[in-house]
Design a protein around this ligand. Structure first.
Ligand code: FAD
Ligand code: 2HG
Ligand code: ZN
Length: 485
């Protein structure tokens, strides 16, 4: 495992689990909700990448909000540190304990509470798996406004807590727009009912927004109300190749102009990303053989006029080839081909895992500068590791991945702080969509001013008034624990 940052120390004010604590939790949750089994704990202590690992001895699985409240109230009174966990697909070391925190997973809270077919508002418990919500809505003729490669495991509560972006943010916007309400439980057990279903509500501060993307640092999200768009009948996907990054940018602009309202995704990967997928994912073929191109773009349109939408994308493709922006391209002829195109893009995190150790950077950058960083990083690292780039080009979000045979401090020293300084200098964000977690909590100043960080810390103090002071701060006054610990 990758070594935990040496600057993070277990807060001595926190207690350790005692047999009395276990008995208490069993009285609230029953035997089933109190997990001490070694195998289950091993999985819950280890993150998706196998990179971060805690040593918790206890996983709690509440079945309703009242149980979450009782757990948190008790943990707070006993000074027991906790970490909320959803599907454990987070990529920044935020979903697993750092030390021996109690893991609280709301995965048993997976009921759909209501769905309004006129407004499209879905209200559900936070433990619902994203893919289950997608299929529920599909039957109702609606879609989730967010989709991502981890949909089979991630929970909507986890999505909200990370403010997950995903593959269609370009079209449907961020969760700050589509989440209409939340229920959350604070560290002292207080239940905050902010579970509105209204589009418009200007009564005071809209506090739910603080929970969206707060990575469990303010409380546990227990219910979510979300606006879902109707499912449209015509979806078309093209897989294109460009020979240079300037053409990719121009293509994005053209796509926005010519495909306008029907554009629903604009994703990119570079040649190293494509080679990696071809090497490590079974059954994947390059849709544009024989050679590897420098860049690939996946464009999706979603609309309601089948003939017009398809002709529109075909004309766009033809024009892009004729004007020299696109070197080659293919339009998916059926649903299987469409999903094979998506599999290339969505399979990248898995392909990287299979390739060995990986250093992940999830950056927002000005579009015109984005690929300069990738090229500079290649020079910086040399042959010691492979620099692989892909991401949500339509959102200005680069996933810069450095793939190496094993975690190696010499490689890390070539990446950091270079990557953060470069991003900061260009007024980018060091976390576009994955959050800070353990990986980047202490790096927040690269993207946020000291005054802003100070206000976040003061806000934390305010929310944590019943916890021992300094419980969520380290010596440098950076927010170290984006969990309740
Ligand atoms: P976890 O990983 O369990 O937790 C994530 C964070 O949220 C932790 O800090 C945790 O403490 C907190 N948390 C979880 N549940 C709650 C809750 N109920 N209340 C309060 N805090 C909570 N992310 C994107 O943004 N876009 C992508 O396209 C994308 N694609 C991915 C593809 C793959 C293959 C993988 C493995 C990950 C991907 N991710 C992506 C990252 C990850 O899936 C998202 O961050 C996801 O939203 C995390 O949800 P989760 O339920 O797994 O949460
Ligand atoms: C994606 O867009 C995810 O596929 C994961 O956000 C990004 O693997 C990554 O770096
Ligand atoms: Zn992403």
């Amino acid at each position: 495992f990758y070594s935990v940052a040496t600057t993070v120390h277990r807060n001595p004010l926190f207690s350790s689990i005692s047999p009395d604590d276990i008995s208490y939790f069993k009285t609230i949750l029953g035997e089933r909700g109190v997990v001490q089994d070694a195998l289950a704990l091993d999985a819950a202590n280890t993150d998706w990448m196998g990179k971060y690992r805690g040593s918790s001895k206890l996983l709690l699985q509440p079945k309703n909000t009242e149980e979450v409240s009782q757990i948190l109230k008790y943990c707070n009174s006993r000074c027991l540190a906790v970490v909320p966990q959803g599907g454990n697909t987070g990529l920044v070391g935020g979903s697993v304990p750092v030390f021996d925190e109690v893991i609280i997973n709301v995965g048993l809270m997976r009921n759909i509470l209501s769905f309004d077919k006129v407004s499209g508002v879905l209200v559900c418990e936070a433990g619902c798996i994203l893919e289950n919500l997608i299929s529920f809505l599909d039957d109702e003729g609606f879609i989730m406004p967010l989709d991502l490669g981890a949909k089979g495991s991630c929970q909507i509560g986890g999505n909200v807590s990370t403010n997950a972006g995903g593959l269609r943010l370009l079209r449907y916007g961020s969760l700050h727009g589509s989440v209409l309400g939340l229920e959350a439980v604070l560290a002292n057990g207080t239940v905050l009912d902010m579970l509105g279903t209204l589009r418009k509500d200007n009564t005071g501060y809209d506090l739910k927004h603080l929970f969206i993307g707060s990575e469990g640092s303010l409380g546990i999200v227990t219910k979510v109300s979300i606006l879902t768009p109707p499912k449209l009948s015509s979806v078309n996907i093209a897989f294109l190749a460009c020979e240079d990054y300037t053409s990719c940018q121009k293509l994005l602009l053209e796509a926005k102009k010519k495909l306008g309202g029907i554009l629903s995704a604009f994703e990119f990967l570079d040649s190293d990303a494509m080679s990696l997928v071809l090497k490590h994912l079974d059954g994947v073929r390059n849709p544009l053989p024989p050679s590897i191109h420098n860049f690939y773009i996946l464009i999706e349109t979603t609309g309601s006029n089948e003939t017009f939408d398809k002709e529109n994308l075909e004309a766009f493709l033809l024009h892009s080839v004729e004007s020299g922006l696109v070197a080659n391209g293919v339009l998916a002829q059926d649903i299987n081909q469409a999903s094979s195109f998506w599999h290339i893009r969505e399979g990248l995190p898995e392909a990287l895992m299979k390739a060995g150790a990986v250093y992940k950077y999830d950056l927002s950058l000005p579009l015109e500068k984005m690929y300069d960083l990738v090229e500079e990083m290649r020079v910086q690292i040399g042959p010691a590791a492979k620099v692989v780039a892909y991401g949500h080009l339509g959102d200005g979000n680069l996933h810069l991945n450095i793939s190496a045979p094993a975690y190696d401090d010499n490689i890390l020293a070539k990446i950091e702080p270079f990557v953060y300084e470069w991003t900061s200098k260009n007024r980018g964000s060091i976390s576009a969509e994955h959050g800070l977690g353990l990986m980047k909590a202490a790096k927040i100043h690269y993207s946020k001013s000291p005054e802003t960080v100070r206000l976040m810390i003061d806000f934390d103090y305010c929310v944590f008034e019943l916890l021992p002071d300094t419980s969520c701060l380290d010596d440098n006054h950076s927010i170290i624990c984006l969990c309740l610990s």
